[in-house]
Design a protein around this ligand. Sequence first.
Ligand code: DP6
Length: 328
Amino acid sequence: MTTSANNQGTAIAHTNIALVKYWGKIDSELTLPYTGSLSLTLDKFYTETKVTFNEELSADKLVVDGIPQDNVNKAKKVLNRVRQLSGIESFAKVESANFVPTSAGFASSASAFAAMAAASASAAGLQLSSKDLSRLARLGSGSASRSVFGGFVEWLPGTDDESSYAYPLEDVVLTDIFVLAVNISSKKKQVSSGEGMKRSASTSPYYADWQKVVAEDLINIKHALKTDDFSLLGQIAEANAMRMHSLTLSSLPPFTYFEPGTLKVIKLVQDLRSHGVECYYTIDAGPNVKVLVQSNNLEAVKTALSEQFGATKISEAKPGPEIELLDN
Ligand code: DP6
């Protein structure tokens, strides 16, 4: 059995925003997705997680922002894999702090499970490659597989545990990009992303078309990144997000993550664009909107969003770094 000196590991991982979305699992036990996806890791929002294996514990414990959690099922999937790989038999305490401004409206599961994967592997004394860390993070939450890396990241869907992992895109020349997050609501969503994607994949008559669309979007968005084509990137991201949300509307029973404020941001982005201010929107499994913009239009878009929604509802981010292990 190998362990770190004090059975403890700490790591930081940043959140990411998907530009080509993951929306459906073939295998929910292993979190194997139907399609690939592509995201941008962001600099501002991150989770710091400490994992300690301790023989005196009688169960795995999870504390998030100081609050003990009842549901440890997803964390257990990551910890069980680490125990299996390392031979450690004891339970672990996971202490996690989210550095995501409450106004940002970002889900924290991507950064949380990426940080937990790196911290628990380190606590167990495992020397995992980034690819294997991505596979480990994936067991907790699909989008976490991408938060192991910085910048633009693609998650290869694969066909089994071994072949489903994310990697950072290397031949990217597009670097001038900002994300303005507009917080419409921080309320807990009624349909979790896991439940929502399951319903869409099993009941939306458009799900087969979605799989085709994603395959094309991935090819085209990677071309946009290689050729510094922000317009193409924005058009693909926006259309991909709307097509994902059309899966929710076409599910049985139908549902949507949009709220009235979501549509207001969409309309504002369209108006700005029609006045020559280039920007695009994308929306995850919630009502909050992320606006993509380059430096030349950043101030104009920020001002327009602040005027309509209030400056406190807007957070600005740019491309962020890969996972970081901290010394204990
Ligand atoms: C809309 O990664 O949160 O943000 O694997 O069930 O934990 P689970 O889902 P999660 O879903 C993310 C959905 C999305 C799109 C994306 O990030 O690709």
